[in-house]
Write a protein that binds this ligand. Structure first.
Ligand SMILES: NC(=O)c1ccc[n+]([C@@H]2O[C@H](COP(=O)([O-])OP(=O)(O)OC[C@H]3O[C@@H](n4cnc5c(N)ncnc54)[C@H](OP(=O)(O)O)[C@@H]3O)[C@@H](O)[C@H]2O)c1
Length: 245
């Protein structure tokens, strides 16, 4: 399968890295920054114009900013099968822009780069497309109407979780640990906790670590006092508000 990216920014790069070696070839376009050429050099593939992406790719990934949809659509009309990753753009709006193509709405997160992403999908995917998406991680079928809320918790969340990791490691460094060591300890703890959370409820993990009167309990009380939960709620609300403006 030839996969073509219209747009070669952060998310296109993450998906392309995840697919490296799994596509017959990859095509990349950009608006002139040179990121398409850099990705083609990094992963093998070609930097081409939008029209060529549409003509040659079996699957086109629409990976420009949402506001660019109307700008690129006329150049991509030859696309036969198209996956839109545009945040907050309903599948109907993309189908209307590409009447001749099979259109799928996709919301990935950056975990796709290491084939451990979450990919929310709306629309009918062909078997070949579904197979390619499953290579990148955990595929969840979702009604189009739920995409914004899903985006706020699965597509934005890697940044929030990265912030938590960074803050914890910085706190360890402030407490006297070597910075590299603090980061290593927190990252490996995060990876192990993520595995554990696949089989245990978050509340059970919290309780298992925080024995009554212990140091973790004191830490959790401090997080409550400082409004950690409210801060995450505010982050999700702010993302949704931004998506809808
Ligand atoms: N970042 C994420 O974690 C994430 C997650 C899920 C979904 N998304 C969605 O993915 C899309 C891209 O986001 P991003 O973060 O990857 O943005 P980005 O890093 O800003 O990349 C946007 C890309 O679009 C290119 N572009 C702009 N106009 C173009 C045109 N006329 N023809 C061809 N390419 C053009 C830009 O070219 P230049 O390089 O030349 O500027 C750039 O390569 C957005 O719709 C976003 O909602 C992002």
């Amino acid at each position: 399968m030839v996969i073509g990216f219209c747009g070669s920014g952060s998310m296109a790069a993450a998906m392309a890295r995840g697919w490296a070696g799994a596509a017959d070839s990859m095509l990349f376009s950009d608006a002139g920054s040179g990121r398409a050429k850099a990705l083609a050099e990094e992963l093998g593939g070609e930097a081409v114009g939008n029209a060529e992406v549409a003509e040659r790719a079996d699957l086109v990934v629409l990976a420009v900013k949402p506001a660019k949809l109307d700008e690129v659509a006329p150049e991509l009309q030859a696309a036969r099968s198209l996956v839109s990753i545009l945040a907050a753009v309903p599948v109907r709006r993309v189908s209307d822009a590409f009447p001749g193509a099979e259109v799928l709405r996709l919301m990935p997160n950056v975990g796709v780069e290491v084939r451990r992403g979450v990919l929310c999908v709306a629309g009918e995917a062909s078997e070949a497309t579904r197979e390619k998406l499953e290579l990148l991680g955990h595929v969840v079928e979702l009604p189009d109407d739920d995409f914004d809320e899903a985006t706020a918790v699965m597509s934005c969340a890697p940044a929030y979780l990265a912030l938590a990791v960074e803050a914890l490691a910085d706190a360890g460094t402030a407490a006297g640990l070597d910075a590299e060591l603090a980061r290593e300890l927190v990252i490996e703890t995060t990876a192990g906790t993520a595995e554990l959370l696949r089989i245990r409820h978050p509340a059970d993990v919290r309780k298992a670590v925080a024995s009554p009167g212990g140091s973790t309990e004191a830490g959790l009380e401090a997080l409550d006092r400082e409004g950690a939960r409210e801060a995450f709620e505010a982050a999700v609300r702010a993302s949704l508000e931004r998506m809808r403006t």
